[in-house]
Design a protein around this ligand. Sequence first.
Ligand code: UD1
Length: 386
Amino acid sequence: MKIISVVGARPNFMKIAPFCHAISAYNILNPERKVSHILVHTGQHYDYRMSQSFFDLLNIPAPDINLEIGSGSHAEQVGQTMIAFEKVLEKELPDWVVVLGDVNATLACSVAAKKLHIKVCHIEAGLRSFDDRMPEEINRLVTDRLSDLLLVPDVLSEKNLLAEGVANHKIGFVGNIMVDTLEANRQKASELNVYNVVSENKRPECESVFTQDGLRSGYTFLTMHRPSNVDEKAILTGIIDWLLQRAGSPVPILWTLHPRTEKFLKQYDLWKKVCAAKNLVLMQPLSYHELLAINMHAKVAVTDSGGLQEECSILGTPFVTLRENTERPVTLREHGGCGVLAGNDPSRIEAAYADALDAGRSPVRPPKWDGKTAERCLAAILNFGQ
Ligand code: UD1
C-alpha cells in the first residue's frame, strides 16, 4: 500500500509525528507487507521555529517533497497547493492521501486527491465550530464532505458527522493523535527549567523583567493568532489594553508571539506599547517542548488556539479561549474540561480570567486520548473496506 501524508502548517507537525512512527513500527513487524509512505510538506509555514524545529525535536522524517507554497491569500495558498500537489499525485499514484486538521493544506490536498479518484483519510475529522467566518471551518467542512475515511477524536465529533449524514462505516473513533505526541514528550518537557526557557526566548525589544522566584510563584501564558483577534485594529487594541492592565496582577503574562500577530501589532502602532510593558514578557515562537514546559507550570492559559485547549485539558491548566465558539467543545467546562469561551470583549475576558486564576489545575482525559491514536489511524486505513 502507498500512502501520501500531507502537512503544511505548525499544528500539523505534532500530529504527523506519531503517524510516521506508527508506519515505521508497522513496517518493522510486517516486512512482507510494508507500507510505502511519502511525506509532503506544502511549505505554508517555513520559518525555522514554525516548521523545521518540530521535525528536529519530534523525529519527524524529512519531507520527501516540499511544495514551497509559502504565504499568501487563501485562494493563492489553496490554488497553488492544488496545482503543485496534483503533479505529485499523478507521478506517485498513491492508494491513500492522509490529511490532518483544518489548515489550507488539508483542504487543497483533499480536493486535488479526490478529483483524481484517490482515497482520502482525514485525521481529526468531525470538528465543528459552526462558524463559517473561520477559514478553518470551511476547510473542515469541505475535507470531511470529500473524505472516504473520517477519523474522529471524540464522540461529539462523531455525532456531528452522523448529523450531517455521513455513513457510519466511513467514521472511525480513534482518539486524539496530538495526545500521542504529548505523552511521548511529557518527560522531556518536564526536565526544562521555565526561567531558562523564558530567558532564552525573550524578544530583545521587550523591556519586561522577571526572576526565577517570580516565575516560580506563578505566571499566565498567552498565545493569539486568529484573524478574528489580531487582524482588526479596534479588536486587537481592546485585547492589548486589557493585557497591559492585567499583566502583573497578580502574575506576569508570558506571550509567545505568532508572526501574524507581530505583523499587526507593528502595523497598528501597538508594538512599542507591548514591548515597554513591565510584566508582559514577549517571546519568539517556542519549540514543542518549551511550550509544553510553560503550559505544565502555568496558573492559567489565555489562547485562541484549538490545539492548546486540548493540551491544557490533558495537563489540567485552566484556560480562557479568546473566541466565541470552539470546534473542540470537549475541552470546555460544560463537558467536564477546564476551559471557558470568552470571545474578544475585554470585560468578558476579564471576568473569565479572574475566575480561571482561582480554578486550580484539574487534568481531564476524554476516552481514547491515551497515546495510541496513531496506531488506530493506521489500522483503520489498512483495514478499510474489509
Ligand atoms: C495557519 C492556519 C491556522 C493555524 C495556524 C497556526 C490556515 C487557514 N490557517 O494560520 O488554522 O491555527 O496556521 O500557526 O491554514 N508567517 C511567517 N512565517 C511562517 C509562516 C507564516 O512569518 O513560517 C507569517 C506571514 O506573514 C503570513 C502570516 O504569518 O502571511 C500568516 O500565516 P498563514 O499560514 O497564512 O496563516 P496562520 O495565521 O499562520
